[in-house]
Design a protein around this ligand. Structure first.
Ligand code: KG4
Ligand code: ZN
Length: 338
């Protein structure tokens, strides 16, 4: 596909990897001109989780108006855009295809470059839209509904995966524990809210340390332990929901903080970035900042709107890929894992 001779002036980014249809416009690689997010949470809530077929159908309904709104909010029209970035993977195939096909068709029709962005690299780079930015290399933790991945981020285009979850992602654990407690999807925000009035020491839920691969994560044992304790307690009377939420959240936070700090120590890197939906969690933000601060490390969290899925983060990586001449081939396709 077309390449640019210079850096993109106005880049349009599109994200449809999961249940948010999102578009954003980035000017000169730094100035976010618009950031539109159409969330499908109310649609999936009644099923207690994301239904892939429904997600792709709703992306189809939303994609055109979301892109149009991103252009209007940026006070621009299609001819003002000189490059497009789109999430290529990982994610739900049916959802990814909607955004990717839309972006590809638009780039071909306008004869402008298209670049495919890795969703996890986008999460790692959303911090560059904030005032306070890290320097490379930094330790990057992506904690979302689908991933718990720990990286060394060397620059905008190169990362090294240090560890990942062996089973459930941290956000998935929040969502599953919420379901066990009869709470709504997504579980993270509700558990976080209920935890505020609970005792984090009430129950000692397990923390999986995995000594053989110490930078990997595992949350399925924790979820099972909550399920077992809930079954037992529900026979005895009303559930201490706030205490369960606080104790569960503390176990997740402990492990995320412990492993991230341990990666920083092991690789002697003093800059840490935490992103993804679970990075909106206030207990995680507080504890990570405390532990990092005690060791003289700098910690960076994007604002909550840039932690959950959005297209602004896709625009950051997309801008640097286009500058480096990384453009999608005409037969490029989406990928679900990676
Ligand atoms: O990054 P994201 O928007 O989508 C994925 O790529 O998965 O993350 C969504 C996940 C959900 O599992 C949700 O429960 C979790 O992030 N989440 C939270 C909080 N806000 C969202 N988890 C804990 N505390 C929160 N405040
Ligand atoms: Zn995500």
């Amino acid at each position: 596909m077309t390449k640019l001779e210079s850096s993109p002036k106005n880049l349009l980014a599109i994200e449809t990897s999961c249940d948010e249809t999102a578009a954003a416009v980035l000017r000169d690689g730094r100035q976010l001109m618009s950031n539109v997010i159409a969330s499908q949470v109310p649609i999936h809530r009644k099923y207690g989780g994301i239904v892939p077929e429904l997600a792709s159908r709703h992306h189809l309904d939303a994609i055109a108006w979301v892109v149009e709104k991103a252009l209007i909010d940026a006070d621009m029209a299609i001819p003002d855009i000189d490059a497009i970035a789109v999430t290529q993977g990982p994610g739900l195939i049916g959802s990814l295809i909607v955004g990717f096909s839309f972006a590809k068709a638009m780039a071909m029709a306008r004869k402008i470059p298209l670049t495919g962005v890795n969703h996890l690299h986008a999460h790692l780079s959303s911090i560059f839209l904030q005032e306070c930015i890290p320097s490379f290399p930094y330790i990057g933790l992506v904690v979302s509904g689908g991933h718990t991945n720990l990286y060394i981020v060397k620059d905008f285009l190169s990362t090294e995966l240090l560890g990942q979850t062996r089973d459930d992602a941290a956000g998935e654990a929040f969502d599953k524990v919420a379901k066990i407690l009869g709470l709504e999807y997504p579980g993270g925000p509700i558990i976080s809210r209920l935890s505020e009035g609970g005792d984090p020491m009430a129950f000692s839920y397990p923390r999986a340390r995995l000594p053989e691969t110490p930078l990997d994560f595992s949350f399925s044992g924790l979820k099972t332990s909550v399920l077992t304790s809930v079954k037992k307690m529900s026979r005895q009377g009303p559930l201490p929901v706030r205490d369960i939420c606080a104790s569960f959240q503390e176990a997740v936070v402990d492990i995320l903080v412990e492993k991230t700090i341990s990666a920083a120590k092991r690789y002697a890197i003093s800059e840490i970035v935490v992103s993804g939906g679970v990075a909106a969690n206030s207990r995680l933000r507080t504890k990570m900042a405390e532990e990092a601060g005690n060791l003289g490390y700098s910690i960076y969290f994007p604002c909550p709107e840039l932690c959950t899925d959005n297209a602004a983060m896709v625009s950051v990586v997309g801008y640097h890929q286009i500058r480096a001449g990384i453009v999608a081939k005409e037969d490029a396709d989406v990928y679900s894992k990676g």
